[in-house]
Design a protein around this ligand. Structure first.
Ligand code: ADP
Ligand code: ADP
Length: 226
């Protein structure tokens, strides 16, 4: 089943600059799709349109079978993981992860159950009472993922989540995120300018250049037919 469907999406800034041109892309249930390309090619713009943070100039977008062009971010069945983690510094790991459940009025018992499930998957069980300042970069990244997972979204959107990490941690987190994605089976769109991430982490890679989709294929096929 297709979870995210982009059909001839265009984005124009200031009536003339075409940041995205006729982008059509289908992301299947459980798939890990990487959107890759050089800086300025339109990756963030594309992801932000899916998230509802940027208006679509023309074209249609559906998420989980629902047309969402006119829905605000909070009404779209997605969760976004940013590169700077955007954790609340004054809250514990538990409260960071539980935050959206609290906003949604879930009971304490429900919050505890769900956060504990997530903490187990992400191996954060012993860190739930810590504050972000006392975590490593990798642990913070996992908390950010936990916060996104808590709502059980139809799709995860990740915008260069590893770009602020040092090289060693980045390599470790590549494997960790790819492993988690497979374990959770959550449909994921992952934006990066890093070719190695693109070729090692995802099920399929979409290559964007100058706002135009060049190729969409498995890493293996792209490796043999670049
Ligand atoms: P990437 O994420 O691939 O680096 P972006 O999506 O950030 O690319 O940007 C694509 C192009 O659109 C760039 O040329 C960028 O300068 C331009 N752009 C992005 N946001 C705006 C904006 N708000 N107004 C005008 N141009 C923008
Ligand atoms: P990145 O390349 O990391 O995606 P950028 O530094 O290109 O981010 O953009 C940061 C912010 O500035 C974004 O909100 C983007 O929409 C906006 N932006 C980027 N390019 C332009 C531009 N030419 N004019 C106006 N806003 C822009």
């Amino acid at each position: 089943m297709a979870v995210v469907v982009l059909d001839k999406i265009c984005k124009t800034y200031g009536n003339k600059f075409h940041a995205i041109k006729d982008l059509s892309l289908t992301i299947e249930d459980g798939e890990f799709l990487i959107l890759v390309g050089p800086s300025g090619c339109g990756k963030s713009t594309a992801l932000r349109m899916i998230a509802g943070l940027e208006e679509i100039t023309s074209g249609t977008l559906s998420i989980g079978g629902q047309d969402v062009e006119d829905l605000p971010p909070k009404d779209r069945d997605i969760a976004m993981v940013f590169q700077n983690y955007a954790l609340y510094p004054h809250m514990t790991v538990f409260d960071n992860i539980a935050f959206s459940m609290k906003l949604a009025g879930k009971s304490k018992a429900e919050r505890e159950k769900r956060v504990n499930e997530i903490a187990k998957v992400l191996q954060l069980e012993t860190l739930l009472q810590n504050k972000p300042a006392h975590l490593s970069g990798g642990q913070r990244q996992r908390v950010a993922m936990g916060r996104a997972m808590v709502r059980e979204p139809a799709a995860f959107l990740m915008d260069e989540p590893l770009s602020n990490l040092d090289a060693k941690l980045r390599v470790q987190m590549r494997a960790e995120i790819a492993g988690l994605q497979r374990q959770l089976g959550v449909t994921t769109i992952y934006v990066t300018h890093d070719q190695t991430e693109a070729m090692t982490m995802g099920d399929r890679v979409a290559v964007l250049k100058g706002g135009v989709l060049q190729q969409v294929d498995t890493p293996k096929a792209l490796y043999h037919h670049p």
